[in-house]
Design a protein around this ligand. Structure first.
Ligand SMILES: Nc1ncnc2c1ncn2[C@@H]1O[C@H](COP(=O)(O)OP(=O)(O)OP(=O)(O)O)[C@@H](O)[C@H]1O
Length: 252
């Protein structure tokens, strides 16, 4: 297994309040990794340390060592715009730009200078929408607004947008929580299809979803990483009593 991201002794504070305590974890390149745990345990906060999205929160402070392919992502030399292209993110609520479907996907490659002309851009847009499982549904209406799509299609458009800049890692923060069961199933299939090409980390409230889509699961509680291992082991043979209590529904 190749370790794509390594995190050591990570603490996150919002002002005085500590949200993440001494978390160390290695994220595999080839796997889908699920972060689970009760509301407020810090899953999203920790996820957002992995592409420095917490930089956008004025009160947030991150301590510790986080590396992408061995490179310290909190180093002064790290270009954060570049980092967020390498480590893309998909949010809870689909958030397409109020622009055409085509523009939603082309925007990132344009600002990163990834296409040298219209035909190259067309190819990136088609490939990204194809990988996101949306091409067949939108190829005849690329100039329609992204916000006119269904919720599930919007979320796949957001995944296409992340894919378009050729990321190495995709972070997904409860990507299905605003979707119906059919749209959720499409996203879960898509995660299967994308596995291997991108390292994927998904925060989910839904334990069945974690069991379905991931190979590795990390259980967080009160800002700590309680247990991390193969998804099968976490759900069938957890080592920690707190994990057992959570997966058997005793809290959360
Ligand atoms: N911007 C913020 N400012 C201050 N505190 C915050 C902020 N964001 C999160 N927190 C606090 O940090 C802790 C962890 O929150 P976080 O959203 O990371 O948890 P979570 O496990 O993702 O929860 P949920 O599943 O409900 O989204 C919580 O106590 C939360 O109130």
């Amino acid at each position: 297994m190749t370790q794509k991201i390594t995190a050591h002794d990570v603490n996150v504070f919002y002002g005085e309040k500590q949200a993440i305590r001494q978390v160390s974890i290695d994220i595999d390149q080839e796997d889908v990794t699920a972060f689970i745990g009760p509301s407020g345990c810090g899953k999203s906060t920790f996820l957002r340390t992995l592409n420095r999205m917490n930089d956008t929160v004025a009160s947030a402070r991150v301590e510790g060592d986080i590396r992408l392919d061995g490179e310290d992502i909190y180093s002064k030399d790290m270009d954060v715009v570049q980092l967020r292209a390498r480590v893309g993110m998909v949010f809870q609520k689909p958030n397409p730009f109020p622009k055409s479907i085509y523009e939603n996907v082309a925007y990132g490659p344009r600002i990163h200078g990834l296409a040298s002309g219209k035909s190259e851009m067309d190819a990136i847009v088609e490939q990204s929408l194809t990988r996101a499982g949306l091409w067949a549904e939108v190829k005849d209406r690329l100039s329609d607004s992204g916000t006119a799509l269904s919720g599930g299609q919007q979320q796949r458009l957001c995944i296409a947008r992340a894919i378009a800049v050729d990321p190495e890692v995709i972070l997904m923060d409860e990507p299905c929580s605003a979707l119906d069961p059919i749209a959720t199933a499409r996203i879960e299939e898509l995660i299967h299809d994308l596995r291997g090409r991108y390292a994927i980390v998904i925060v989910t409230h839904n334990m069945q979803q974690a069991a379905r889509v991931s190979q590795k699961t990390a259980f967080f509680h009160l800002g700590e990483l309680v247990e991390y291992g193969d998804t099968n082991d976490i759900f069938t043979n957890p080592r920690e009593p707190r994990t057992t209590d959570y997966i058997t529904g005793r809290y959360g």
